[in-house]
Design a protein around this ligand. Structure first.
Ligand code: DBV
Length: 268
C-alpha cells in the first residue's frame, strides 16, 4: 500500500536521515577516485521499494533504496539504504573485488534501531595467513587504533561470523546520534579512503592455484552472508518472502547467482 503525498511528506519531515550523508560522501569519493566507474545493473523492482509498517501512531513508511557501480578491479560496489522512521535506519555498503584480485571486501553495516546504533566497518579478509595480514591488515592498523578510541568494542558477536572479520574490525554500539555523526563518520571516511588506496595498488593475480583459492574464499563469504543476513527478518516483515529472497540472492549477495547464470565468469 503506497502512502499518500501528505503523510509521506509529514513522515519525512520528522525523521533525520542519519546515514544519507555517509552515502552522499561515499558516492563523491567513488566518482572522484575510481577511474572508469560504471553503473552496475540493478534488477527490475529493486531500485526503490516501500511499504507501510506498524499500526496507528507507530505506523511508518519503510523505504529501501539500492545503488550499484562497478569498475576494473571491483566486480560490484553496492549499497542498500533502508529508512523506516526514527526506529530504523540502515546503510549496508559492500565492495566486492573482481576474482583475479586478492583484495579484501569493504564492508560497512551501519544500523540504527530503537535500542541504539550498531556499527560494523571492516576490510574483510579472504585469507588469515601472515603474508595476507601484512598486505591488508597492517596498513589499516593506524586508522584502526585512532578510531577505536572513540568507538569502544560492541560486545556480543556471532562467533560463526568471526572468521570473516579482520583484526582491524570496527565493531561498536554507540548510543548517541552525535557519536554516529562524528566518530562513526570519521571512521567510515578513513576506512573508505584506505580501502581505495589498497585497490589502487592491487595487482592482478595470475597463479591458477591462488585464483582458485580466491574464488573459494569469495564464494564462502557470499554464501555465509546470503544465508545469515541479519536483515532477512526485517525485509520479510516489510516486503514479503519473494521480494526478500530475490533481493538477497539477486542483488545484495549475487555472485553465486551470476556464476550460475553465466552472467559472471572470473576474469582469466
Ligand atoms: N546487514 C546486512 C545487510 C543489511 C544488514 C545487507 C540491508 O548484511 C542490516 C541490510 N545488520 C543489519 C541489521 C542488523 C544487523 C546486525 C538490520 C540488526 C539485526 C537485528 O538486531 O535485528 C555485521 N550486522 C548485524 C550484526 C553484525 C553485522 C555482526 C549483529 C549480529 C546479528 O544481528 O547478526 N556484516 C554483518 C555481518 C557480517 C558482515 C553479520 C557477517 C560476515 O560481514
Amino acid at each position: 500500500m503506497t502512502a499518500t503525498g501528505s503523510s509521506r511528506r509529514q513522515v519525512a519531515k520528522e525523521v533525520k536521515d542519519i546515514y544519507g550523508p555517509f552515502w552522499e560522501y561515499a558516492q563523491d569519493v567513488l566518482r572522484t577516485r575510481i577511474p572508469n566507474l560504471a553503473d552496475y545493473p540493478i534488477p527490475e523492482g529493486y531500485l526503490h521499494k516501500e511499504a507501510m509498517t506498524g499500526k496507528g501512531k507507530r505506523q511508518a513508511l519503510v523505504t529501501t533504496d539500492s545503488y550499484a557501480f562497478q569498475s576494473e578491479k571491483l566486480r560490484q560496489i553496492r549499497t542498500a539504504h533502508v529508512q523506516g522512521g526514527s526506529a530504523l535506519q540502515v546503510l549496508n555498503f559492500v565492495m566486492f573485488p573482481e576474482m583475479n584480485y586478492d583484495l579484501p571486501f569493504f564492508g560497512a553495516d551501519l544500523v540504527t534501531l530503537p535500542g541504539g546504533h550498531l556499527i560494523a566497518i571492516d576490510m574483510q579478509p579472504l585469507f588469515h595467513d601472515d603474508a595476507y595480514r601484512a598486505k591488508y591488515t597492517e596498513p589499516v592498523k593506524d586508522i584502526f587504533e585512532r578510531n577505536k578510541r572513540n568507538l569502544p568494542w560492541g560486545g556480543d558477536f556471532p562467533e560463526e561470523a568471526a572468521k570473516f572479520f579482520s583484526p582491524s574490525f570496527i565493531w561498536s554500539r554507540p548510543s548517541e546520534d552525535e557519536a554516529v555523526e562524528t566518530h562513526v563518520f570519521a571512521a567510515f571516511k578513513d576506512y573508505l579512503h584506505k580501502y581505495l588506496d589498497l585497490v589502487e595498488m592491487a595487482e592482478p593475480v595470475k597463479d591458477p592455484v591462488r585464483l582458485q583459492n580466491i574464488k573459494e574464499s569469495q564464494l564462502a563469504y557470499l554464501q555465509y552472508r546470503a544465508e545469515k543476513d541479519p536483515a532477512r527478518g526485517m525485509f520479510l516483515r516489510f516486503y514479503g518472502e519473494d521480494w526478500t529472497e530475490e533481493y538477497i540472492h539477486g542483488f545484495l549477495f549475487d555472485l553465486e547467482r551470476k556464476i550460475e547464470t553465466g552472467e559472471y565468469s572470473p576474469p582469466a
